[in-house]
Write a protein that binds this ligand. Structure first.
Ligand code: AMP
Length: 619
């Protein structure tokens, strides 16, 4: 398999996708990228969501943009507002290091005037739903003359939604000399007509198979001390603000207890198990289906009656006794072409089961590291920003109140307003996580093994680049340590050229990579030097007991990561798509819905998992 570089992806895009954790091209990318980088090459791809198609068309489209020529050069059509925003977001991420490149999503249901103003300011790529684009074309505010690439994503969906005429009208306006790419999950007659009329000898490719759901599932294991399992669960939920998932527990008792505790801590959760009446179960399932519940805590048996395709996560709160059940659990996510994540929160004694499961699913678990307080806070903040950005504004509702509000806020700068919103939304989470102790993730692999796998965990559980050694240094972000400090230290204290690989800055310590043959020299030369008055110590991380940082924060210089913290509640998460907020500042209905006023709870009591006592209680 070729690398992105070998496929012809240019340096600034490479840098951005590497930061996103894209290490190797997915099959559709390997096929499509080099082809689309050529001129006048058309492609029809039969591909589902989750196959990596956005980058497959996005990277070549971005690479071909001439930023100095401010006019639309690429047009991406897709059926829905959500997809439109998602594609625009992805393109923005991929083009992080291309200065001044402008991507504009245009879709129905939001202010056309704002979109017109943005078009007038100048854009390079338009991501559009067909209806809104036609509106804009009729108003003569879109200039199609410079369009060199056209992408139709989920083309079959666009036809199903009745956009055939709009698509024909749009394509008729686009210059004939351009690359055109059509993605579709099925190939109905309507698509054949479009391809015949507008495409030039297209290359046809088929990616994946409709029913290969399990291929889209990433498996991550977090190994923690038994006493930290619940805290780990909460951190994982907090780190994924848009999580919509099932937490599988082994017994009815545990299911109810975890659900109760989550509700008490302010999560949007509920329990599903056999002790509930049929009517209660139906009610919970219905609430979950319509996303009034974000986290469903369930036993295996009770969850069988539930068919939901759009789960983002399945969480195994401990592994099932019967390892085969893991396949059923994890198969509930990654469905209908979507990608999903199956997480196992386990303790040391379950390590053997992980190996058994790996054999059955024929896939390796990625070792996850419990997110730090800082990482969670950052993720939550970005999620809020994202919600603000994507909020569907009801212009008519707001219109009459707006002047008064604007008058009142007139004295505040934009930055002040943003700061205030963040403070209001996050006081609790800032406070809670500022005080929370970190949770130790226990190393689960022999030393060095992870370094060879070339993978990243869900939140960047990094592994060493082949040919490099991972080094530990005793300064981190809290010391003000930045990558340029490391480079300066190396330049000052080590003669000759030293290649530095990935740098991971942690709170109070950091890791960086150097070429294997330089590792000893770097350690010797830097140890004993000073930075900000602190004595620097650099060691080869792999040589330390406990393996790499990915698995073992504990074990470093007497650091006390292992202790049970007293963390209980969590701050408001915003509850984005999960139900309405009432006017009382975020409290939802009493049905266990989203509440903004989560209160930190006290210690979470440890549940006995004695089979003898609870075995009969299953389901
Ligand atoms: P898509 O089919 O474009 O929606 O992509 C599915 C998921 O795969 C998204 O979360 C992408 O960020 C991710 N993804 C796409 N390409 C890669 C890659 N080469 N390596 C890792 N993840 C990828």
């Amino acid at each position: 398999m070729k690398t992105f570089e070998e496929l012809g992806v240019a340096a600034p895009i490479l840098k951005a996708i590497q930061e996103m954790g894209y290490e190797n091209p997915m099959p559709v990318q390997a096929e499509v990228i080099p082809y689309l980088l050529g001129e006048d090459n058309d492609v029809i791809a039969l591909a589902q969501t989750g196959t990596g198609k956005t980058a497959a068309f996005g990277l070549p489209v971005l690479q071909k943009i001439d930023v100095t020529n401010v006019q639309p050069q690429a047009l991406i059509l897709c059926p829905t507002r959500e997809l439109c925003l998602q594609i625009a977001d992805d393109l923005n991420d991929y083009s992080k290091y291309i200065d001044h490149l402008k991507v504009l999503p245009v879709y129905g249901g939001s202010s056309i005037d704002t979109q017109i103003r943005a078009l007038k300011r100048g854009v390079h790529i338009i991501v559009a739903t067909p209806g809104r684009l036609i509106d804009l074309m009729n108003r003569k505010v879109v200039n199609m003359e410079g369009v060199r690439s056209v992408v139709m994503d989920e083309a079959d969906e666009m036809l199903n939604m009745g956009f055939t005429d709009s698509i024909n009208a749009i394509l008729a306006e686009v210059p004939t000399s351009r690359n055109m790419l059509l993605f579709s999950a099925t190939m109905p007659q309507g698509i054949a007509r479009i391809t015949k009329q507008y495409m030039n000898n297209p290359k046809e490719i088929v990616v994946g198979n409709k029913n290969e759901g399990s291929k889209n599932v990433k498996h991550i294991s977090y190994m923690v001390h038994a006493r930290d399992k619940y805290l780990a669960l909460k951190r994982i939920a907090d780190y994924n603000p848009n999580i919509y998932g099932i937490i599988f527990c082994r017994t009815r008792k545990e299911t109810q207890e975890i659900a109760d505790q989550l509700i008490q801590d302010g999560y949007n959760a509920d329990a599903l198990h056999g002790e509930l009446s049929q009517a209660q179960r139906d009610y919970v399932m219905q609430k979950f289906r319509v996303k009034n519940i974000q986290l469903l805590v369930a036993t295996d048996v009770a969850a069988r009656g539930l068919d939901v395709d759009s789960l983002t996560h399945v969480i195994n709160y401990g592994l099932p006794d019967d390892v085969e059940s893991y396949t059923h659990r994890s198969g509930r996510t990654g469905r209908a072409g979507r990608s999903g994540t199956s997480i196992a929160i386990i303790h040391l004694r379950e390590k053997g089961k992980i190996r058994e499961i790996e054999r059955i699913i024929n896939k390796k678990f990625e070792p996850g590291v419990i997110p730090t307080a800082n990482e969670i806070t950052e993720k939550q903040l970005l999620s809020l920003v994202d919600r603000i950005e994507k909020a569907e504004v009801d212009e008519t509702q707001i219109e009459s109140f707006l002047p008064a509000v604007l008058r009142k806020l007139d004295w505040l700068e934009k930055e002040d307003i943003i700061k205030r919103i963040m403070t209001l939304e996050f006081t609790r989470i800032f406070k809670y996580y500022a005080e929370a102790k970190e949770i130790e993730t226990i190393a689960d692999r022999p030393r060095g093994e992870r370094g060879e796998r070339g993978e990243r965990g869900e939140r960047g559980g990094r592994v060493t680049t082949p040919g490099f050694k991972r080094m530990f240094v005793n300064v981190g972000r809290m010391d003000g340590f930045m990558p340029n400090n490391l480079i300066e230290l190396v330049n000052i204290h080590i003669p000759g050229k030293v290649r530095i690989g990935k740098i991971d800055l942690m709170k109070s310590f950091s890791f960086f990579e150097v070429e294997e043959n330089e590792a000893a020299k770097v350690s010797q030369s830097l140890t004993g030097t000073e930075l900000y008055g602190k004595r620097i110590s650099v060691e080869i991380a792999d040589d330390k007991a406990g393996g790499s940082r990915e698995g073992g924060r504990g074990g470093r210089g007497g650091r006390d990561f292992g202790r049970r913290s007293s963390e209980g509640g969590r701050g408001g998460r915003g509850g984005r798509d999960f139900g309405r907020r009432s006017s009382e500042g975020g409290r939802r209905s009493s049905e266990g819905g989203f509440r903004k006023d989560r209160k930190p709870s006290g210690e979470f009591k440890e549940y006995s998992r004695s089979n003898k006592r609870e075995g009969r209680n299953r389901y």
